[in-house]
Design a protein around this ligand. Structure first.
Ligand code: ACO
Length: 399
């Protein structure tokens, strides 16, 4: 039995809620999810409409400022972001200190912490103008840092940003372009990446966003908070799932065991094996983002002329799982990560870059939550309780 009198004295009641399944830590006006109905809205706008006709920067503005921007506001926002894409030349040397085998998620999170050292006099979380500037800097520089993490892993030269290009095209050029030949923009590819970034832009109080809020609640600046969010995102149960899905599909293909046998192993929980890209804490119905991604996967692969047997394998796996009682009873459906990896792979991204793309997409949401929390007069430092179940007081032995 646990003596909880110490808690009842301090707080009335304490709820033991592993994984915060039923505990709200904040109010928010940013994103609405109805997990049973498969609904996702940013600031009231359905994800299907935003993914179909908006741009990443427009969605970033919407999430951060609460309303859709006017054409002038969007133009100015875009212009400011383009002006801030350059990294300090010294920061480039940071990448040389890391092994080329470094996981790009570790590279980008540490690069963001390092970035903060260049702006120590303009990162005050309480100064609205400085928060504004940091918002622009982060949006402008994270894609550049991400592209350099990729180039570093290949041993290729870093390119300077081309600020005549749109946000997405600039990123694609930095990532895939080289110094020897001109980079050709593929509008289908850019459109598909733009849509994927929008789909990832926010998802209320998931593990990484909650991390950003928790770190920010201590008064830490945006750089430190976002860097922590990136680390939270890297885990395979969260953003790292897109990488884990491709690894899983590759293993199924290479082992030759067949999809049905793999699903049996998942159901029997053999070696803790899970169907990666399936299941969600909130969605107990088809993840609305997964529907859009699945539709994109076919058209992107067709456009690129890529025939990927892993896409067929993913579809077969989905079909078998959706008809199986184990998955039906537990209401496990594909989540956003199930098909994204197949598209990223077809675009030419290595598996280890997949979660980095998620991070670029999620950045506006993290920033919006950090800012919302800082403007909320009811916000407090985050400090969960625990139920102590260790030993009662005892004497340290006499020596
Ligand atoms: N494969 C097989 N079984 C699963 C899966 C899965 N992917 N997900 C959940 N289950 C089972 C659990 O084993 C459990 O079964 P039990 O009742 O027999 O013990 C039951 O379904 C409930 O699962 P929980 O772990 O309690 O669900 P929770 O809400 O805590 O976890 C999570 C959600 C972490 C996403 C889980 O479904 C999972 O691990 N999925 C695979 C990883 C993944 O795709 N993560 C990405 C999530 S989306 C995102 O972060 C962007």
């Amino acid at each position: 039995s646990i003596d909880i009198s110490a808690f009842t004295k301090k707080t009335g009641y304490t709820t033991l809620d592993y994984g915060f399944v039923n505990t709200a830590a904040t109010k928010s006006t940013i994103t609405y999810i109805d997990g049973d109905a498969g609904i996702l809205r940013y600031r009231g706008y359905p994800i299907e409409q935003l993914a179909g006709s908006s741009s990443y920067l427009e969605v970033a503005w919407l999430l951060i400022y609460g309303e859709l921007p006017t054409a002038d506001q969007l133009g100015e926002f875009d212009e400011r972001i383009r002006r801030h894409t350059l990294l300090h030349e010294d920061l480039k040397r940071f990448f040389s200190a890391l092994p080329h085998t470094a996981h790009p998620m570790a590279v980008i999170s540490s690069a963001l912490s390092a970035l903060s050292t260049y702006y120590e006099n303009s990162d005050d979380p309480k100064d609205p103008e400085q928060v504004e500037l940091t918002t622009i800097r982060l949006l402008a520089k994270l894609p550049v840092i991400a592209a350099y993490a990729h180039k570093k892993s290949l041993g290729q030269a870093f390119l300077y940003p081309d600020n005549s290009l749109s946000f997405v095209d600039n990123y694609l050029k930095l990532n895939f372009g080289n110094l020897a030949e001109p980079y050709e923009i593929d509008p289908v590819l850019s459109g598909a990446l733009e849509r994927l970034l929008i789909l990832h832009a926010d998802h209320e109080q998931n593990a990484s966003t909650s991390t950003v809020r928790l770190v920010g609640s201590t008064g830490a600046n945006l750089y430190a908070s976002i860097s922590a969010g990136i680390n939270a995102l890297s885990g395979p149960l969260h953003g790292g799932a897109n990488e884990a899905v491709l690894d899983m599909l590759g293993k199924i293909r290479d082992s030759g065991e067949g999809v049905a046998r793999f699903v049996e192993r998942v159901k029997n929980k053999e070696d803790g094996v899970k169907l990666m890209g399936f299941g969600h804490r909130v969605y107990k119905n088809y993840d609305p983002r997964a529907k859009i991604v699945k539709e994109s996967a076919d058209s992107v692969l067709e456009h690129l002329g890529v025939q990927d047997p892993l896409l067929d394998l993913a579809k077969e796996l989905e079909q078998i799982a959706l008809e199986d009682d184990y998955f039906k009873e537990r209401r496990l459906y594909p989540n956003v990560d199930f098909y994204t990896g197949v598209i990223y792979k077809a675009m030419g991204f290595p598996t280890r870059m997949f979660t980095v793309l998620f991070a670029i997409g999620r950045l506006p949401g993290w920033i919006a939550h950090w800012r919302e929390m800082n403007l909320d007069p009811q916000s407090k430092i985050g400090r969960p309780q625990q139920l102590y179940v260790g030993p009662a007081e005892r004497e340290f032995p006499q020596r």
